[in-house]
Design a binder for this molecule. Structure first.
Ligand SMILES: [Cu+2]
Length: 360
C-alpha cells in the first residue's frame, strides 16, 4: 500500500468509527432505558412529542457538526503533517470569503434550531384546549396530593400519589406547593415544572391514542431528606375506566361493620391518626367522635386508600407487609417522614390494616 492510500484508509476508518460510536450512543439512550416509563425518549403526549422532535433535530444537527469537524481535523492533520524532506507550508493570513462562510454556516444552524424550539415552547406553554380536565397537584414533603375539580372549579375529591387521566383528553394541571419548592415530572407525558409555595404554575398535556397504562412521575427539585423517595404514578385510562374511578373517589368512604375494621377505627381515633389524615365517612354512618369537625390535611386523604396500588408516594406497593412496615416506623422507611413513629403494637397495626383495606 502506498502512503497515500494508507492515509485514505485511515481517514475513512476514523470517520466510520466516529459515526458508529455516535450511532451506538443514540441506540443506547433510546433502547437502554431500563423502564421506558421513565424515559423522555418515549413521548406519549402531544407535548412530550413536540419537545422530543426538537431534541432529535438538535441531536442530528450536532451529530453532523461533530462528524464534519472531527473528519476535517483528522484529514487536515494527516495531510499537513510534518514529513522529512517536505518544506512546511506557508501560513495563510486572512481569507474574507472563508470567514464570511464560517460565520454564515453557524447562523443558519442556530436558526434551524431556534425556529422549531420556539414553535414547540409556544404550543406547549399556551392555554390548554377547551374542556380540559382540571387537576391541582400539590407538593408536600414528601408526597404528591391531587385535587380534582369539576368544570366550574369546585373541588370534587382529593387523592394522593396516584393520578388518573382519560386517554386523549387534555389535562390542565395547576402546580402548587405546601412547603418548599418541588417539581413535577412525568418523563413520558410532561416535564419538568416547579411547584412553588405561593405561586401557581400550570402545565397541560394530552396523551396520544393507545397510551393507556401506568407511567412514572418524580419530584425533580431537591426538597429535603426524602426528595429521591418522592414519586408518583399516572394511570392513563379509557374514558369508561376513568369514569368508574372518579365515581368511586367521589363516593364517601365505605362503612364496614366487620369487627376487626371497627376495632381499627377505634385505634385510628385513639392514636389521633385522624388529626393528620382524612377519612370521609358519610355523616349518617359515622359517629361524631370519628369525624373531627376540621381536619388538617397534613397527610394523604385515606378515604379510598385501598383503591391505590402504592403507599408513601409510590415507594412501596400497597400490600399487607408494606403497610405493616410503614405503620411500625415510617421514618425508618422514608427518612424525615412527616408521619412519626407512633409506637404501635402489632395488634393495633393488624386492626388498622383491616380498616385501611376496607377503604376501597
Ligand atoms: Cu423533591
Amino acid at each position: 500500500m502506498t502512503g497515500r492510500s494508507r492515509q485514505i484508509v485511515l481517514v475513512v476508518a476514523s470517520f466510520v468509527a466516529v459515526a458508529f460510536v455516535s450511532w451506538l450512543i443514540f441506540i443506547a439512550f433510546d433502547g437502554a432505558a431500563i423502564d421506558k416509563r421513565m424515559s423522555t425518549l418515549n413521548p406519549l403526549s402531544d407535548q412530550a412529542q413536540s419537545y422530543h422532535d426538537v431534541y432529535v433535530l438538535v441531536w442530528w444537527l450536532s451529530g453532523a457538526v461533530f462528524v464534519v469537524i472531527m473528519a476535517a481535523t483528522l484529514i487536515l492533520s494527516i495531510h499537513y503533517r510534518e514529513r522529512p524532506g517536505v518544506e512546511p507550508r506557508r501560513d495563510i493570513h486572512g481569507n474574507t470569503r472563508l470567514e464570511i462562510l464560517w460565520t454564515i454556516i453557524p447562523i443558519v444552524i442556530v436558526l434551524i434550531m431556534v425556529v422549531p424550539t420556539f414553535a414547540a415552547v409556544l404550543s406547549v406553554e399556551g392555554d390548554a384546549e377547551e374542556g380540559a380536565l382540571e387537576v391541582t397537584a400539590t407538593g408536600h414533603q414528601w408526597w404528591f396530593e391531587f385535587t380534582y375539580h369539576d368544570s366550574d372549579g369546585n373541588e370534587l375529591f382529593r387523592t394522593a400519589n396516584e393520578m388518573h387521566v382519560p386517554v386523549e383528553q387534555a389535562v390542565n394541571v395547576s402546580l402548587v406547593s405546601n412547603d418548599v419548592i418541588h417539581a413535577f415530572w412525568v418523563p413520558a407525558l410532561f416535564g419538568k415544572k416547579d411547584m412553588m409555595p405561593g405561586h401557581n404554575n400550570r402545565l397541560w398535556f394530552k396523551s396520544k391514542p393507545g397510551t393507556e397504562g401506568m407511567h412514572y412521575g418524580q419530584c425533580v427539585e431537591y426538597c429535603g431528606d426524602s426528595h429521591a423517595n418522592m414519586r408518583f404514578r399516572i394511570f392513563v385510562e379509557s374514558a369508561a375506566d376513568y369514569d368508574a374511578w372518579v365515581t368511586n373517589q367521589i363516593a364517601k368512604a365505605k362503612w364496614s361493620d366487620d369487627e376487626l375494621v371497627s376495632a381499627g377505627r377505634e385505634v385510628f381515633v385513639a392514636k389521633a391518626c385522624n388529626s393528620c389524615h382524612q377519612v370521609e365517612y358519610s355523616k349518617s354512618d359515622a359517629p361524631d367522635w370519628l369525624v373531627p369537625p376540621t381536619v388538617a390535611a397534613i397527610g394523604p386523604n385515606l378515604s379510598h386508600l385501598a383503591s391505590r396500588t402504592t403507599i408513601a408516594s409510590a415507594l412501596l406497593d400497597r400490600d399487607e407487609s408494606s403497610l405493616r412496615a410503614w405503620l411500625k416506623n415510617p421514618p425508618a422507611i422514608k427518612p424525615g417522614s412527616r408521619m412519626p413513629n407512633l409506637e404501635l403494637t402489632d395488634d393495633e397495626i393488624t386492626k388498622l390494616i383491616a380498616m385501611l383495606d376496607s377503604l376501597e
